[in-house]
Design a protein around this ligand. Structure first.
Ligand SMILES: Cc1ncc(COP(=O)(O)O)c(C=O)c1O
Length: 275
């Protein structure tokens, strides 16, 4: 099912002119929300982040209520996968279109390896969140992110792990990262300019609810080699074990299963409270 500005169109008509700023400037914002047995997990958190991105990227007068209804309408036709919403700038700054569509579930490889790469385009902690209002926007300008993924793939890795100029671990091109040492779970802090990932928000929530011991932290590549376990988190991955970073291999900590269980229970609880 394909919607443009709330109207259903065929796949052939689900397109956008090349003259649009979203195409040649990457001038747009987006969200991807996962469908779990017909339920859109964390929908309100995704909408809140979309609102924040809209504010940061100067998109005005967006009808978020209609977007929510349209996301639910598309999702109601599927049990698995994702719904994606893209707010896409038209030929002029003042105009935009809202595209909503379903995406099939993505395959996640069993063996997951990361190659660390410096990411000179990333704010990487050079600015604080208060100083700079555009940091953390979920914009459609992802060319540099996907290039870092491809460079890692060329070198035989599943994906890249982005570093700032001081070799501090930031995030992946399309995911957040966390690590475990003993009985503690660590996640990088948002002042590193990383995306305010929804799954990262849940790790914090599990900490607040005393289901896990969670702490924000900054570590270098050398320091992450000393951790027991590393995992990636995103809408598509609720705690995926990382087998290897560069040449360092890891073993899964039992805590990772606790994290995965926390997500399963949270999805069940939210689904129940929405029914
Ligand atoms: C750069 C980046 N960081 C982190 C994430 C994870 O965010 P979320 O948990 O909201 O999917 C994503 C997801 O697309 C991302 O693109």
């Amino acid at each position: 099912m394909y919607l443009i500005n709330g109207t259903e169109v065929s796949k052939n008509n689900f397109n956008s002119p090349i003259e649009n700023l979203s195409f040649w400037r990457g001038d747009g914002i987006f969200e991807a929300i996962r469908i779990h047995e017909g339920f859109l997990f964390a929908l309100d958190r995704h909408l809140k982040r979309l609102e924040r991105s809209a504010h940061k990227m100067l998109f005005n007068d967006i009808d978020f209520y209609s977007i929510k209804k349209d996301l639910q309408k598309v999702a109601s036709n599927f049990t698995q996968g994702y719904v994606r919403v893209i707010i896409s700038r038209s030929e002029t700054f003042e105009n935009y279109d809202v595209f909503i569509f379903h995406q099939k579930p993505v395959e996640i490889p069993d063996y997951y390896s990361l190659e660390t790469q410096l990411s000179p385009w990333h704010p990487g902690g050079d600015f604080s969140l208060e100083d700079n209002q555009i940091i953390g926007t979920k914009s459609t300008s992802y060319a540099l992110n996907v290039t870092q993924t491809r460079l890692a793939e060329q070198n035989g890795f599943t994906d890249a792990l982005l570093l700032n100029r001081n070799n501090i671990i930031l995030e992946g091109p399309t995911f957040s990262v966390g690590w475990i040492k003993g009985d503690k779970v660590f996640i990088p802090d948002l002042n590193l300019g990383i995306l305010d990932s929804i799954t990262r928000q849940y790790i914090n929530l599990f900490g607040t609810n005393n289901l896990l011991k969670v702490q924000e932290s900054r570590v270098t590549v050398d320091e992450i080699y000393e951790m027991d376990t590393v995992f990636v988190i995103s809408t598509a991955k609720h705690g995926k074990f990382v087998n290897k970073i560069n040449e360092k291999t890891y073993e899964p900590s039992p805590l990772l299963e606790v994290i995965q269980e926390c997500f399963k229970n949270e999805i069940k609880a939210e689904k129940l409270s929405n029914s």
